[in-house]
Design a protein around this ligand. Structure first.
Ligand code: SAH
Length: 393
């Protein structure tokens, strides 16, 4: 039996419904355990409910990965190897590496592996371990991924979470790096260079893959603005889809340089322009009707619930300016990747912007995260990426 974390009376219900987080306020007595230890979560009558990783210093005191109530359960290497292979087996049949060889292999709570993010880039995997409990899985992760045919493994640790969660591992290659670096990946037959070491997140925003494809379907003969372009993901698809021009705008110079290079890699540089600028300023200075397609994919403005009001003001300002400026009959792709802003709140913000812009706005497609970023049905917070394709008349 693992050390017991006993819940306050009445606080077992979310666990019974499959919610994977135990907040500090729900704990009656904490376990005799250290950061990252596996603990047994019990109701106030000491009935076993689930197992999770213990984080004594975090608001989320325990992150659950197993909801079976068998007291004999053991979570050794065999258990984790099976879980890792299950995550791989779910995704691999979906992707033909001839066309797409970059996708998310493990998506934390979405795979009931809290704190584990793993993205495959061709034969390399970039792993982020966000809590001490998941950090302890590194040896079994490394050996299982290697057996599954991935030759190169890079561990990318975030400095902020390192501080809060007491992480011990440094970022670095755990195998020799790939012989050709940066890594060139294929996504729906588009080519991109990915730099996990110097790039943002694990190197590429794989969660926008299917939305990028959709942009390609709608971009023919359109003058496109890709705001917050990063390395030009949406831009390459828009150019390939027949856009007459594409402007990629981002405040990061390395991202902009890479965007230019990615357009060249696909032989699509002819109608591509890159601009290093703040997107709020850029949109304000843009001329009315200069673009008939716009993509707004800003970073998460609300990293926590208390930041939501300010974040909403930022989203509204951005969308209002875009709705004011876009040419009649324009197509606006607008996203938010803030977990704290739920889909309904995002839609209300768009409604407010449409009213203030005095334009007719029609919702065409709801846009979310792709299947390799699954949401556990008991964990609505996992649905972080949301967006709409709108027609603005
Ligand atoms: N759409 C991209 C991912 C965008 S990530 C893709 O499909 O790959 C968000 C980007 O916004 C980052 O590249 C970051 O550098 C940029 N960014 C953040 N704040 C910005 C601002 N105020 N103006 C311009 N770019 C900004």
């Amino acid at each position: 039996m693992y050390p017991k974390l006993i819940l306050q009376k009445g606080r077992e219900r979310p666990v019974l419904l499959g919610h994977p987080w135990i907040f500090s306020g729900a704990v009656l007595t904490g376990p005799q355990a250290s950061e990252g230890d596996i603990v047994a979560v019990c109701d106030h009558k000491q009935q076993l409910l689930a197992h999770g990783f213990y984080s004594p210093a975090s608001q989320i005191r325990c992150r659950l990965f197993d909801f079976s109530s068998q007291t004999s359960a053991r979570f050794g290497d065999d258990y984790w190897k099976h879980r890792i292979l299950q995550a791989l087996a779910l995704r691999r049949p979906w992707f033909d590496p001839e066309h797409t060889n970059a996708y998310r292999l493990m998506h934390a709570e979405g795979d009931r592996m809290p704190g584990v993010i793993a993205d495959a880039y061709d034969q390399s995997v970039v792993v982020q371990l966000l809590i001490r409990g998941s950090e302890r899985l590194l040896p079994i992760l490394a050996s299982t991924l290697n057996e599954a045919g991935f030759k190169h493994l890079y561990l990318k640790q975030k400095s902020i979470t390192r501080h809060i969660e007491g992480l011990q591992q440094e970022s670095g290659w755990l195998t020799p790096p790939p012989p050709i670096y940066p890594i060139t990946i294929r996504e729906h037959d588009c080519l991109f260079e990915v730099d996990p070491v110097g790039g943002q997140k694990t190197g590429f925003f794989l969660d926008q893959r299917e939305n990028r494809w959709l942009v390609g379907q709608y971009s023919q003969k359109r003058r496109v603005l890709n705001a917050f372009s990063y390395t030009g993901g949406f831009s390459v698809y828009a150019l390939k889809g027949g856009a007459t021009s594409v402007d990629s705008v981002d405040s990061s110079q390395p991202a902009i340089d890479q965007a230019q290079h990615n357009a060249q890699l696909n032989n699509l540089q002819k109608n591509h322009r890159t601009i290093t600028a703040d997107c709020f300023d850029f949109l304000k200075q843009s001329k009315p009707s200069e673009y008939d397609m716009m993509i707004l994919d800003p970073p998460a403005f609300a990293k926590k619930a208390s930041a939501v009001p300010n974040a909403l003001r930022g989203y509204k300002e951005l969308n209002l300016e875009a709705m004011r400026k876009i040419a009649p009959g324009g197509l606006l792709f607008s996203f938010s990747c803030s977990q704290a802003i739920d889909p309904l709140l995002f839609r209300k913000m768009l409604f407010g912007a449409a009213v203030d812009a005095r334009r007719q706005v029609r919702l065409l497609h709801y846009l979310g995260q792709p299947a390799d970023h699954p949401v556990d049905i008991g964990h609505p917070e996992g649905e972080y990426l949301k967006g709409w394709l709108m027609a603005v008349d």
